[in-house]
Design a protein around this ligand. Structure first.
Ligand code: PMP
Length: 416
């Protein structure tokens, strides 16, 4: 029995795509125990925007541990927390003219979504939420309730939060006027939808199949929320921290959500960390109303602070991400044009890119072919019909070319 089979027999591990045991990683490359190296265009589903073990974050982390910096500090203010909060305000919020209170709701993306939903209900005194078709917000019961894909509920039954899904941008191929139905339902006291607590949205749906909402659609949504006094929650867990270019994915629309959910790449080092950003007037938590043991992990504060200093004091990373995203888009467009047997549709924004397959089962086959050729990618979308291309933002041009050549080769091997 191989090591892998032995491990598989003991745990419900999530290793269907890549049947090897991984060991070390640096930048955009990851190596298995047999010494085979792979390009990582999965990047922890957006948790490794600066790649594996980025040196500028590793050094301060090692130094912090070497001087016995506090790792766990429940209910304590620590120097690492203080420095992160100061740096976040100075580097991220102030230059963008944003004012948010920062909550540490727990270690994961689902934790920040739960905090956002609870807070929206507390602030508004209302219960219902509006979410979108194909949305994904996490696997806890509240977050699942606003997840658009009912298959993801895994038999968990009736949603805990009453949520009504509305069509996401272009869900009906642009044939339904934006928000017309929602406006009518909100205005109708008999609809049951006239008093929602909040609307939760991703600006680009990651797990839903790399679906970008148009800027005008996001602006119309923010306008609708303002007119109807509905709290706007942007879930930037996967698309935030630069994945689409700017630090926050909603910046391109010039909107200011009432609550923002961040996680995945905020620690910058793959360490668990999540933030709920709350407009100051909505910070209405009472003491102890939303707490937990692992709120705010100090080593993660250290790497998060180093990441902000290293990557967000100028716009070099943002510009590079947009340029690299255009390069991926061009390569995918070329592939799509050359494919006669299968319809291929490139999608995405920044370095959140996807290739949708007219025959859904082919997406996973192409990912498997790419794995054989030394490239890691995963699928997303309601039928897993979209191959996700999400390299670290720090991927070099040479690595990007190498990965895109494997993508093209794999697509051709499977579709021709
Ligand atoms: N929101 C979005 C948009 C996500 O993509 C995810 C994870 N893929 C989550 C929330 C949940 O995050 P986590 O898995 O860390 O709980």
């Amino acid at each position: 029995m191989t090591v892998f089979e032995d491990v598989e027999s003991q745990v419900r591990s999530y290793c269907r795509s890549w049947p090897v045991v991984f060991d070390t990683a640096r930048g955009s490359r990851i190596t298995d125990v047999d010494g085979k190296s792979y390009l990582d265009f999965f990047a922890g589903a957006g948790a490794l925007n600066y790649g594996h073990n980025p040196p500028a974050l590793k050094k301060p982390l090692i130094e912090y541990l070497a001087r016995d910096g506090i790792t766990h500090g429940l209910d304590m203010f620590t120097s690492a927390k203080e420095e992160f909060l100061r740096t976040f305000r100075e580097v991220v919020l102030e230059p963008r003219g944003l004012d948010y209170k920062v909550q540490f709701p727990g270690p994961t993306g689902a934790n920040t979504v739960e905090a956002a939903l609870k807070l929206a209900r507390k602030i508004s005194g209302r219960e219902a939420m509006i979410n979108f078709t194909n949305a994904f917000h996490g696997m806890t019961l509240g977050a699942l309730s606003v997840t658009g894909n009912s298959m993801k509920r895994g038999g968990a039954g009736v949603p805990l939060v009453h949520a009504t899904p509305m069509p996401y941008d272009n869900y009906f191929d642009g044939t339904v006027p934006d928000f017309l139905l929602l406006e009518k339902l909100l205005a109708d006291s008999g609809s049951g939808l006239n008093e929602p607590a909040g609307i939760i949205v991703e600006t680009v749906q990651g797990e839903g199949g790399i679906n970008p909402a148009r800027v005008e659609w996001l602006q119309a949504l923010a306008d609708l929320c303002r007119r109807h006094e509905i709290l706007l929650i942007v879930d930037d867990v996967q698309m935030g921290v630069g994945r689409t270019g700017p630090f926050f994915s909603f910046e391109i629309a010039g909107i200011q959500p009432d609550i923002v959910c961040l996680s995945k790449s905020i620690s910058g080092y793959g360490l668990p960390m999540a933030l709920t950003l709350i407009k100051p007037e909505y910070d209405q938590w009472g003491p102890g109303e939303h707490n937990g043991t692992f709120r705010g992990n100090n080593p993660a504060f250290v790497t998060a602070t180093a990441a902000l200093n290293e990557y967000w004091r100028d716009d070099a990373l943002e510009r590079a991400t947009i340029a690299k995203g255009e390069k991926v888009e061009a390569a995918l467009t070329e592939l799509a044009a050359a494919s006669s047997a299968v319809e291929l549709t490139p999608k995405g924004r920044g370095l959140a890119r996807g290739l949708q397959f007219g025959q859904p089962e082919l997406a996973a086959k192409v990912c498997a072919a790419a794995f054989e050729r030394g490239l890691l990618m995963e699928t997303s979308g309601p039928s897993d019909e979209v191959m996700k291309i999400m390299p670290p933002l720090t991927v070099t041009d040479a690595e990007l070319d190498e990965g895109l050549a494997i993508v093209a080769d794999s697509v051709r091997a499977v579709t021709e």
